[in-house]
Design a protein around this ligand. Structure first.
Ligand code: SF4
Length: 253
């Protein structure tokens, strides 16, 4: 039965957020994405994507991780970034927009320091649902938002995420809300399961919002981590295009 991801957000927030504290299961790791980035992995998401590499931290958020302050997370990210010479920071693992106060406090710290860029990787649902989230994010010059769109149509979105098809629009609304508030943003689209026609449909929708979203359209594909392959097998879905983790093309990194 498809679920309402906004309702799920509220439920998950009740588990992974305590005031300004947010639950994380890993702080912090380095990585080659974006040419080098320090990453903290949070717990809890409001979607159930079949291609997701997140495991127990998504399925059983009450069972894993610890609560951390924004100061602690920032200090760990900064320490690692300085050691490795990175210029960029992010939260990954699950959905970082759950726990708005925590995220905004963390961004306050990044902004005040002025040393790093923060890449907010999000499915965009909460920013699409509440335009004031985009307004709050517009304060930060250090911020770039990557809205990761799940499939190209409401039907693909629902098939890939388990959420109601109506929620697909929230991702597009997020892009619009962020552009309206002058936030640096681009769409990344999971295309592994999409037809040419559905991709063209999405491109048309993006161009109705702003041509710049078409120009900055990033393609995303499934990476065949073992537990992702298992999830796909259980769902009975085969991606049209996917990549082995050991053979990811340079332009997707
Ligand atoms: S939005 Fe991201 S973290 Fe959440 S289920 Fe989908 S792929 Fe996983």
């Amino acid at each position: 039965m498809p679920f309402d991801p906004i309702e799920l957000s509220k439920r998950i927030e009740g588990i992974v957020v305590r005031g300004v504290l947010r639950k994380y299961y890993r702080v912090a790791r380095g990585g080659r994405w974006y040419g080098g980035i320090a990453t903290a992995d949070c717990v809890g998401c409001n979607l159930r994507c079949i291609f997701c590499w997140s495991g127990v931290s998504r399925e059983n958020p009450e069972k894993v991780g610890k609560f951390y302050t924004p100061d602690y997370i920032y200090s760990k990210l900064k320490q690692l970034a300085k050691r490795r010479g990175y210029r960029q920071l992010r939260i990954s693992g699950n959905e970082p927009t759950i726990g708005r106060l925590h995220l905004l406090k963390l961004l306050d710290l990044v902004e005040a320091d002025g040393e790093f860029k923060f890449i907010l990787e999000t499915n965009g649902l909460l920013i699409g649902y509440d335009k004031s989230y985009a307004r709050d994010l517009s304060k930060y010059k250090c911020l770039h938002v990557r809205v990761s769109i799940k499939g190209c149509t409401p039907q693909e979105f629902s098939m890939l995420t388990g959420a109601i098809p109506e929620a697909f629009k929230l991702q597009l609304d997020a892009l619009k809300n962020l552009l309206d508030y002058g936030v640096s943003v681009h769409p990344a689209v999971m295309l592994s399961f999409s037809s040419k026609e559905s991709k063209m449909w999405l491109i048309e929708k993006l161009s109705e919002i702003d041509r710049v979203l078409v120009e900055e359209f990033e393609e995303e594909y499934v990476f065949e981590y073992p537990h992702v392959v298992e999830r796909l097998r259980k769902a009975g879905l085969t991606p049209k295009i996917s990549f082995k983790p050991t053979n990811i093309p340079e332009d997707l990194i």
